[in-house]
Design a protein around this ligand. Structure first.
Ligand SMILES: NC(=O)c1ccc[n+]([C@@H]2O[C@H](COP(=O)([O-])OP(=O)(O)OC[C@H]3O[C@@H](n4cnc5c(N)ncnc54)[C@H](OP(=O)(O)O)[C@@H]3O)[C@@H](O)[C@H]2O)c1
Length: 360
């Protein structure tokens, strides 16, 4: 067991929060980032492991298995008969799928990777926890992992002012520099996020947040993201490619709210935040160290509230993967199914509560 690999990188095993500058130092290289690189995956040489150590192609490690996308990826691995292992953080949680869970403490990573062919990394990069990505990618390289699938954010290279986007962009460069066989999948947005953001508050007659910005996002169902990921993994032509997955149509916030209102059969109580207010608040919060976190999140909101379009034409990707556009779920259908089910359940609950009403 190559336990020494856990200490190969200069940042391996280092604990505690890190600033975005620290992260850039760890992840950055070449033209990607402004700071000098002292650590890259090529410094980890797999001396003790022979090339082509036999592992089953069906053996997969899912990182971030408890997340919105991670859960669908794990489900897909099980449905398609893969042998799946999940790497999670040290907390008493469950992936909810019955797949075995392994802890993501840096020193446990090498053991977790033994016998693994492909890593699917669904974890969100967090500015305060950058160690995971570096440690995992370095170990993957050192232990001869044969494919690394990484989810990034569409257009993250265009927004270095947003820490999460910068981390994603630098991580992609880092993976590319390792020489690993990879597939980078850039995503625009998930339909699942709209349930908590708009559908539920509208049903509960609570206020929803809107903006006056014309930003458009081509939301995708995470089940479709997982399905296309597996198609890409089996397709040699997708090897070492950066693919962007976008939903069939790009929506503004107002269009999503209007759609939810129509399907819910009731008006939304919308609180509109002008983009100028977001921008001003972000600048104010940048002044104080203790509000930097808030500023980082506002920077992200500001990008989402600008006139950016988070979408791409999918024709080439569909052609590469041999996927029919008609098989991709539309937002109308996704929300229609949600509201039909939830309204039916609410109706049943109301009927049941009437039956059990007790009158004196
Ligand atoms: N949501 C979107 O609309 C969207 C848009 C574009 C791109 N993406 C990308 O798609 C991927 C999946 O997003 P998501 O919405 O499914 O994320 P999510 O629901 O927030 O889940 C994130 C997952 O990452 C894990 N994680 C976070 N930090 C970790 C760490 N330091 N070590 C180990 N695990 C860690 C979380 O574990 P815990 O359960 O322990 O927190 C969780 O399982 C991410 O890469 C995200 O950046 C998402």
């Amino acid at each position: 067991m190559p336990t020494t690999l856990a200490r190969s990188g200069p940042y391996m095993g280092r604990a505690g929060p890190a600033s975005p500058a620290h992260i850039r130092t760890m992840l950055g290289s070449g033209s990607c980032c402004r700071l000098v690189v002292t650590c890259n995956a090529q410094t980890v040489v797999p001396t003790s492991i022979g090339q082509g150590t036999p592992v089953r192609q069906t053996s997969i490690l899912v990182v971030g298995a408890t997340g919105t996308l991670g859960r669908q990826v794990v489900r897909r691995t099980l449905d398609e008969g893969y042998d799946v292992r999940c790497l999670v953080r040290r907390r008493p949680i469950s992936s909810g799928t019955g797949a075995p869970l392994w802890s993501s403490k840096p020193e446990t990573i090498p053991a977790t990777l033994v016998g693994i062919h492909t890593i699917i990394d669904c974890a969100t990069g967090r500015p305060e926890e950058p160690i995971r990505a570096v440690a995992l990618i370095q170990c993957a390289k050192a232990m001869g992992i044969q494919k690394y699938v990484f989810y990034s954010i569409h257009n993250c290279d265009k927004h270095p002012e947003v820490p999460l986007m910068e981390i994603k962009h630098c991580t992609v460069k880092f993976i590319q520099d390792t020489g690993l066989d990879y597939i980078i999948i850039r995503l625009c947005g998930f339909m699942q996020g709209l349930i908590g953001q708009y559908a539920v508050p509208i049903l509960e007659e609570k206020s929803v947040w809107g903006t006056d910005a014309p930003t458009r996002i081509a939301y995708m169902d995470t089940q479709d993201v997982a399905r296309l990921t597996f198609i890409a993994m089996r397709n040699e032509k997708a090897s070492k490619k950066l693919l962007t997955f976008a939903g069939p149509r790009a929506w503004t916030t107002q269009e999503v709210i209007t759609l939810c209102e129509r399907l819910a059969g009731q008006d939304a109580n919308v609180t509109t935040v002008p983009v100028a207010v977001l921008r001003f608040t972000r600048q104010m919060t940048r002044f104080f160290q203790w509000t930097n976190d808030v500023a980082d999140r506002l920077a992200f909101s500001e990008v989402l509230s600008s006139d950016t379009i988070f979408s791409v034409p999918m024709n080439d990707t569909y052609q590469l993967l041999g996927v029919d556009a008609k098989d991709i779920l539309t937002l109308e259908k996704y929300l229609q199914d949600y509201f039909t089910n939830i309204l039916k359940k609410l109706k049943n609950l109301k009927a049941q509560s009437k039956q059990t009403d007790i009158f004196f």
